[in-house]
Design a protein around this ligand. Structure first.
Ligand SMILES: Cc1cc2nc3c(=O)[nH]c(=O)nc-3n(C[C@H](O)[C@H](O)[C@H](O)COP(=O)(O)OP(=O)(O)OC[C@H]3O[C@@H](n4cnc5c(N)ncnc54)[C@H](O)[C@@H]3O)c2cc1C
Length: 374
């Protein structure tokens, strides 16, 4: 009989939303789980989100599928986990601004529908009915996706972590992993030595650094990200009366925040020091698409570390050769809340040697390494 204290079937590195989801799904399947978090649960990237759970990712039906497959779990969270996620319906409006872009995005809609996403193409006039702050003159068309909610990430983390612990998983905080021997499954930490059959890297933006401890290349890194907010806008009333609105060409993302907007600008770069450049770009873009908000000042709401990969989708799979013992679920590039439920089940199945419910090719190491920037 192995010493359960120091050995485990599945050792998870990272206690963000992805790590605790894995702990829950694996413990529920009867797997002996040990999760090690260097800090506190859910206090890293998971605490920095815009709190949006969405099921439509315009150019990536595979990301839509990963999110759609988590929807049932989200909707039943209060009943199954005894935790209220505070779900508030937002809906997602994706704004298209040229005939070419509309044709490209429209051509992908059948694949999204096949993946289970509820999506419909709108005219410019219809788009403005969904979000009256937009200007129909600057819009070609839009995609409406109703399955988009504001959630409480901290409740998600607590729900998963508590449920996993109840099912017998051991979850330790203040436990930093400092060494990994992929061959033997030995893991060194600041709280002692462990061995595991499978080791899961669920360390978010630190995934690449943690993989290096095992001599493995995992192309995921942290990138500075900032959310902004506008001054209160005279005509805006309720907090959630506008959908989460995404403008892919500029990267502008907006949702209601009090009487103003919460604003993000999607920019991915490995270059450092772009904060001021991106801030100025947001200042420039906002009034172009929201003329009624012209003159509203932008302020920093909070900053964070985005979990980025070359494909801008999560890395989900198993290492090969000498790294076969290593499983990974990291780098969800701004979508980790939406993808955490399904990622948990995929890692469970990979550990058990069962075919996962989705095709992992778009999330594979090979697909990502092929696109690795210099
Ligand atoms: C500004 C911003 C807005 C965002 N908005 C959204 C949104 O609206 N919707 C959405 O779905 N996603 C959003 N995201 C992305 C989302 O936050 C992430 O995809 C998600 O939180 C990733 O979760 P995770 O568990 O993989 O990573 P994390 O939450 O970062 O967890 C990883 C954990 O690993 C731990 N760790 C690292 N190294 C070690 C080690 N050596 N030993 C032990 N533990 C270790 C860390 O302490 C950390 O707690 C946003 C991100 C940012 C920055």
């Amino acid at each position: 009989m192995p010493d359960r204290k120091n050995s485990t079937e599945l050792l998870i590195i990272g206690g963000g939303v992805v790590g605790v989801s894995i702990a829950y799904h694996c413990a529920k399947a009867g797997i002996d789980v040990l999760l090690l978090e260097k800090d506190q649960f859910g206090t890293a990237t998971t605490s920095q989100t815009a709190r949006a759970f969405r099921t439509y990712f315009p150019k990536k039906p595979h990301d839509s599928e990963l999110a759609v497959r988590g929807l049932t779990e989200f909707n039943s969270f209060a009943a199954t986990m005894n935790t209220d996620l505070g779900l508030k319906h937002l809906g997602l409006l994706t704004i298209l601004t040229s005939p070419e872009q509309t044709a490209e995005i429209e051509a992908l809609l059948p694949a999204h529908r096949a993946a289970g996403a509820d999506v419909k193409l709108l005219t410019a006039a219809q788009a403005v009915e969904y979000n009256p702050w937009l200007d129909a003159a600057t819009i070609e068309a839009a995609v409406w996706s109703p399955e988009c909610y504001r959630v409480k990430p901290e409740a998600m983390v607590k729900g998963y972590a508590d449920a996993a612990a109840k099912l017998g998983a051991r979850l330790l905080t203040g436990a930093e992993v400092t060494g990994i021997d992929a061959g033997t499954g030995a893991v060194s930490t600041t709280v002692g030595e462990f061995t595991a059959d499978s080791i899961v890297i669920a360390a978010g933006p630190w995934g690449g650094e943690v993989a290096k401890l095992a001599g493995m290349e995992l192309p995921v890194w942290g990138q500075f990200a900032e959310l902004l907010y506008t001054d209160p806008l005279a005509e805006r009333e309720a907090d959630t009366d506008m959908p989460f609105t995404f403008h892919p060409v500029s990267g502008l993302k907006t949702m209601g925040r009090g009487k103003g907007f919460l604003v993000g600008l999607e920019r991915i770069s490995k270059q450092e020091g772009l904060r001021d450049v991106w801030f100025e770009a947001a200042v420039e873009e906002l009034p172009k698409w929201y003329p009624k908000a012209a003159g509203a000042k932008l302020h920093s709401a909070w900053t964070g570390t985005l979990d980025v990969t070359p494909t801008k989708s999560g890395l989900l799979g198993r290492g090969d050769g000498e790294h076969e013992r290593i499983l990974f679920a990291a780098g969800f590039t701004g979508h980790g809340l939406a993808h955490a439920p399904t990622a948990g089940r995929v890692i469970r199945d990979l550990h058990r040697g069962v075919a996962p419910e989705i095709d992992l090719t778009p999330f594979s190491l090979a697909t990502n390494l092929a696109l690795m920037p210099a």
